[in-house]
Design a protein around this ligand. Structure first.
Ligand SMILES: [Cu+2]
Length: 75
C-alpha cells in the first residue's frame, strides 16, 4: 500500500514564474514524487511523494540541484 506524504515547502531563490514551473516539472519527474507545485508569488511549494520510493531529503536535493533552497514549512 503506497504511503503518500504531503509536505509544504518554503522555497528560496525563485526570481520569476518560470523558476517555479521549472521546479514543478523537475519534481514531478522525480522518482517517487506523486504531485508537486511551486509558486513564485508566495515563495511556497508543496510536494506529495511515496515514502516507499523516495524521501524528503531527495526531494530537497532535487530542488537544490536546480539552484534553489527548499525547507519544509510547518503549515
Ligand atoms: Cu526565473
Amino acid at each position: 500500500m503506497p504511503t503518500v506524504k504531503k509536505v509544504p515547502l518554503a522555497i528560496e531563490g525563485m526570481h520569476c514564474n518560470s523558476c517555479a514551473s521549472g521546479i514543478q516539472m523537475v519534481l514531478q519527474s522525480t522518482e517517487g514524487v506523486v504531485n508537486a507545485s511551486a509558486d513564485y508569488g508566495s515563495k511556497k511549494g508543496e510536494v506529495e511523494f511515496d515514502e516507499e520510493k523516495t524521501n524528503l531529503d531527495n526531494v530537497i536535493k532535487a530542488i537544490e540541484q536546480l539552484g534553489y533552497k527548499a525547507t519544509p514549512s510547518g503549515s
